[in-house]
Ligand binder design. Structure first.
Ligand SMILES: C[S@@+](CC[C@H](N)C(=O)[O-])C[C@H]1O[C@@H](n2cnc3c(N)ncnc32)[C@H](O)[C@@H]1O
Length: 198
């Protein structure tokens, strides 16, 4: 079975997500200080948001290409505008939101489409695009183990090493590039200026 089928089962994904967040060294990680009081779009929202409170935003919209995830998100956050949409064709006008978040979504998208997805996120953002995703380990053993885990339980399409992330982000105005977690995790967080395409 393709592990990405879990996106059709929001409750199951929620259990996996909570467990993984701790393993990834993200327990306690929060961007609430940035998102509080702002208008925020969450791309690839899944069933819930672990890294900020949609309730504390001024306005919150969420998109996912899985109708099941969108339904679960609507149930969890009745005040949010939740829509089925693809990250590479967002149904919003330019600069519709102060902030755009795209957390653990890019690696589920073919690498050839990342530039389009990032430019869509930048297009609808006024202030910043916030990104969280995985980094592939350099070390042979940990890299092998991580790949085994991803093949069996994640099913993503593109996992970059740190140097590949840096290459991919070249030309974008990245404000921070922080790395967290050590084992399966090895997670990166960064913020992109919406207007700074090379
Ligand atoms: C690993 S989950 C992350 C969910 C949530 N952002 C989180 O941090 O827990 C990836 C989500 O991205 C969605 N997704 C994958 N490809 C997408 C695309 N092209 N457009 C929109 N959503 C997508 C999946 O349906 C899934 O809900």
């Amino acid at each position: 079975m393709n592990p990405e089928n879990i996106f059709r089962f929001p409750s199951l994904y929620e259990y996996k997500n909570r467990a993984l967040s701790a393993v990834n060294g993200l327990g306690g990680f929060s961007v609430d200080a940035l998102t509080g009081g702002k208008s925020v779009l969450d791309i690839g929202c899944g069933p819930l948001q672990l890294y900020y409170s949609p309730e504390r935003t001024r306005q919150h919209a969420a998109v996912d290409n899985s109708p099941e995830m969108v339904e679960a998100c609507k149930q969890k956050y009745p005040r949010s505008q939740c829509l089925v949409a693809s990250a590479d064709a967002l149904p919003f006008k330019d600069k519709s939101f102060d902030l755009v978040t795209i957390f653990f979504v890019l690696h589920h998208i073919d690498f050839e489409k990342w530039a389009k997805v990032l430019s869509e996120a930048q297009r609808v953002a006024k202030e910043r695009v916030l990104v969280l995703d995985h980094i592939r380990h350099d070390g042979r053993f940990r890299g092998w183990l991580q790949k085994k885990y991803w093949d069996l339980f994640d099913g993503g399409k593109a996992y970059l090493r740190k140097d590949q992330w840096r290459e991919t982000l070249k030309g974008l105005s990245v404000r921070e590039f922080r790395q967290r977690g050590v084992f399966f995790g090895n997670v990166c967080y960064f913020e992109i200026d919406p207007l700074a395409r090379a």
